[in-house]
Write a protein that binds this ligand. Sequence first.
Ligand SMILES: [Mn+2]
Length: 320
Amino acid sequence: MRNDLGAICRLFREKDRFLIACHENPEGDAIGSELALALALRKMGKTATVVNSDPVPGNLAFLPAADTVVPDAEGSAHDVAVVVDCGSLERTGRVQTELRKCPILVNIDHHSTNDAQGEYCLIDPEAAATGVLVHRILVALGVGIDRDIAANIYVAILTDTGSFRYSNASPEAFSIAGEMVGIGVDPWEVAEKVYETQTAGKLGLLGRVLGSLELAAGGRVAVVTTRKKDLRDFSATKDHLEGFINYPRSIAGVEVAVAFREEGEGEFRVSFRSKGKVDVSAVAASLGGGGHRNAAGCTVQGSLDEVKNRVFGLLEASLP
Ligand SMILES: [Mn+2]
């Protein structure tokens, strides 16, 4: 059943044991959406277990109920699995085995590349964040949104709109965020926790990664590259690279920023950010990945030079 809010509400009212998950390498929208939903279901007297393949990133650990996320939920049965912010069930990673055991799957997402698996889907690529869709559900359910739920919804929208800078920052996104502030969310307190928690090591790594900056396609594409050694040298994990791609994207005249990250021997994770007319989700999809029009990613096999040549070739062809 696709986009039947009433049917999803009936299901949430009827069933009792929910298993909620998001994608690997979760960020603000994924974590905020699943925690807001879990808190609301618990308020309704339900059991809601949040299970993720990866831990909650450090800068989001302050979110209410973040301490209830578990790495596995084996040994307990659930009536309904709810997957948020995932274009496909595979994106949930390791925990998908447990999700698949649930008799009913609900899919709540805003990726345009969603494959709509699940008995119930709420998919709206026009929504700024999955948190917006969770808000729609909670309003339809009539659950009172308290400060804890509000903080999670606010962070979901804040992070997926790039602090209300991206073109997806719709009137609905602003209006829900405003409502959450009205409920008691403090924008500065949240911003400080989400964004102002750098470590000296992370800034050192940023310096290294920016040192790899190169321009392609006559200055319309900017590229940064991270090798495994770079992460090792700064005792960093891939999470520390979050947001680095915004620097090459911020260069005047650049339409697409690309970040290459060495994942394994002959394997690179490629992230794209577009600020112009280029649909990077199409480029990522043609390499087996996916995402949004302005933010997408894929994993490509080959040496760094081979991977770069393939990606540049596709990008040059898609530049208007
Ligand atoms: Mn999202």
